[in-house]
Design a protein around this ligand. Structure first.
Ligand code: PLP
Length: 262
């Protein structure tokens, strides 16, 4: 059985992030990705030059065509770019009430370039955060979305809005090890996960992690186990990362499929 995961996200032609990253991670974990493209970016491994969103109707049609055909076990949402796109995607996934949803609130590229229009944060907060099984913001995205100055308060605000869990990733924090924190609506306890910091600047690690959580949920794992397995998978992809161009490192997402060399 290969459970299908529906992905909504943007195309990064460098192969580092976006739907290429999602597809590779989901295939590596034994899922079948079905993909609704929300927009394209113009970028290579060194810089994001610009992006363009698709017409919302085209996005709605892609989703409808897939959902009338393929039974979907989980959803993963990445770059949406605008409040209009949030509306279209929220409407599309209302047809999947039982499927777990992993929401990666992509507001800007990891190199700082904006991948969003004004109004996106408000729209995400009201239309999609309440529906999320796991939200995967980095610290800045958590503060922006949760509208607070401290991460724990922001994460709790997002749980109060209805997200079942918030995984705040700590890659950009100035700590020796990378520390991720999982906040859950079902408990006051915060699950802390600490990983040795790897050298290098990676592109697409957030997409890889969110797709892997969606894949694990589609395979039937509970939230804590799905997050734990996805963090382990993502760290391994970063440990094996390679440099296809002159810029950032790209995670080795297909490593589970390769037989060891003789
Ligand atoms: N989605 C798209 C289409 C992107 O271009 C990017 C970054 O450039 C992202 C998502 C976020 O990437 P990351 O996983 O590095 O946060």
């Amino acid at each position: 059985m290969r459970p299908a995961v529906i992905v909504f996200g943007g195309h990064d032609p460098s192969g580092g992030a976006g739907i290429t990253a999602d597809v590779a991670a989901l295939v590596a974990l034994g899922c079948h990705p079905v993909v609704v493209v929300t927009g394209i970016t113009v970028q290579n491994t060194q810089a994001v030059k610009r992006y363009r969103l698709l017409e919302p109707e085209l996005v709605a049609e892609q989703a409808a065509a897939l959902m009338e055909d393929v039974p979907v076990s989980a959803c993963k949402i990445g770059m949406l770019g605008s409040a209009d796109m949030v509306g279209v995607v929220a409407e599309a996934i209302s047809g999947l009430p039982g499927a777990p949803l992993v929401l990666d609130p992509v507001l800007r590229a990891d190199r700082g370039a904006a991948l969003s229009e004004p109004g996106l944060v408000d729209a995400l907060r009201t239309a999609l955060v309440p529906r999320a099984t796991v939200l995967t913001p980095n610290i800045q995205e958590c503060l922006d979305l949760g509208d607070a100055t401290e991460t724990p308060a922001a994460a709790r605000a997002l749980l109060d809005r209805g997200s079942r869990a918030v995984l705040v990733t700590g890659t950009h924090a100035p700590t020796d090890n990378v520390i991720h924190r999982l906040y859950r609506s079902s408990s006051d306890e915060v699950i802390v996960s600490e990983w040795p910091r790897l050298d290098g600047v990676f592109h697409g690690s957030g997409c890889t992690l969110a797709a892997a959580i969606a894949g694990q949920l589609a395979l039937g794992e509970a939230v804590c186990e799905a997050v734990d397995a996805a963090l382990r998978y993502t760290w391994q992809t970063l440990q094996g990362a390679y440099r296809p161009g002159g810029g950032q490192l790209v995670p080795d997402r297909l490593y589970p499929l390769r037989a060891p060399r003789p």
